[in-house]
Design a protein around this ligand. Structure first.
Ligand code: UT7
Length: 329
């Protein structure tokens, strides 16, 4: 390094959602629910569900394939670290990231990152630090989730909410004026009991069996989400030395349209400045923001120089937020 401070940014992005779609009407046939309830309480209309033989690594591969299709074969040249943020790894070890490293034949380190739904934004934060410290040149940061495999399909209060998917970005040094301007990562473990999946076999403190599915106290998480979407957003904007007026596009975690709307209203943002994909994908956790970014890019809603505000929350309880200036490409 020559002493000039590096700024890391996203230079390539790809995403993937499985082909299988489950609509609210499909769910009406499977459990005591209705399209009307799901739509009015969450904004979700459909979710993409991994095939029976499709796992988190497959979703991650597909997101990277999409990134290569969009940006060319050189997009992964020189990637020296792979991070996969996931709550549903193929196994506890080896890291799912190592499977990505092997599939794309990268000369890279590889590790998984577990930070619930904010995991991908945490991964972006770690990637930024690795690049700006000069430790890594290019980091492949992935969020990949096969959540529907750990959903309790007998619990209507959670089963209707989740979907599967993956998103992948390359993070590297970008010219001045672009890149990640602020990063906020927070957690409050006092709310750990509101959203969890118990640990495996002998790791459990009380010798309880592995919980096969997740548990969520939706109402408590909802209250937390509305609060933290607001505070984390303001913190990220202030840390970037900006105001919400400087934000071109708000790209929130896609868990519930009511949570997004509450944040939008509190932040006084016009609907045109907010990306909403929860109707199409449901909540696919770590894949949610990169999928929303791809959606916005494909819709021509992001141009070089735009300031984007990313914000997310989830189990932990935890949250993350970031302001980044898109570009240079
Ligand atoms: O990224 C992870 C973060 N997680 C979240 O973002 C979830 C945050 N929480 C939420 O989004 C909302 O709390 C939910 C969508 C999960 C629930 O919405 P709510 O308005 O908080 O509903 P509720 O839990 O208070 O339940 C209201 C009623 C209950 O019936 P009673 O007790 O009032 O008779 C539930 O049994 O709705 C019932 N209910 C359903 N009815 C039809 C719960 N789930 C369903 C369902 N279909 N799928």
């Amino acid at each position: 390094m020559n002493g000039t401070k590096l700024t890391a940014g996203i230079t390539a992005l790809g995403a993937y959602a499985p082909d299988r779609i489950v609509t609210n009407h499909d769910l009406e046939r499977m459990m005591d629910t209705s399209d009307e309830w799901i739509t009015t309480r969450t904004g979700i209309k459909r979710r993409h569900v991994a095939a029976d033989d499709e796992f988190t690594s497959d979703l991650a591969f597909a997101a990277v394939d999409d990134l290569l299709a969009r940006h060319g074969d050189d997009a992964l040249a020189g990637v020296d670290m792979v991070i996969v943020a996931t709550n549903t790894p193929d196994g506890l070890f080896p890291a799912t990231a190592a499977l990505v490293q092997e599939r794309f034949k990268l000369q890279a380190g590889a590790f998984d990152l577990l930070a619930a739904c904010p995991g991908w934004l945490y991964a972006l934060g770690v990637a930024k630090s690795l690049v700006e410290a000069g430790q890594c040149k290019r980091v492949l940061a992935i969020g990949a989730e096969a959540l529907t495999k750990i959903v309790d399909w007998n619990d209507r209060s959670t089963a209707v909410l989740f979907g599967d998917g993956a998103g992948a970005v390359v993070v590297e040094a970008v010219p001045a004026g672009f890149g990640i301007r602020s990063m906020v990562m927070g957690a409050d473990g006092s709310g750990a009991h509101h959203l969890h999946r118990k640990a495996v076999g002998k790791c459990l403190p009380n010798g309880e069996p592995l919980a096969d599915s997740l548990y969520m106290n939706g109402r408590e998480v909802y209250k937390f989400a509305v609060r933290v979407m607001n505070t984390a957003t303001i913190e990220a904007v202030e840390k970037a030395g900006m105001t919400t007026e400087d934000i071109s596009l708000f790209v929130p975690h896609q868990a519930n349209l009511r949570i997004i709307e509450a944040a939008r209203e509190r932040l006084r943002l016009d609907p045109e400045r907010v990306v909403v994909t929860v109707d199409e994908y449901g909540n696919n956790s770590t894949a949610s923001i990169p999928l929303a970014l791809r959606h916005a890019l494909d819709g021509g809603r992001i141009a070089a120089g735009d300031n984007l505000l990313l914000v997310t929350f989830g189990a932990g309880l935890s949250w993350a937020s970031s302001v980044l200036t898109w570009g240079p490409r």
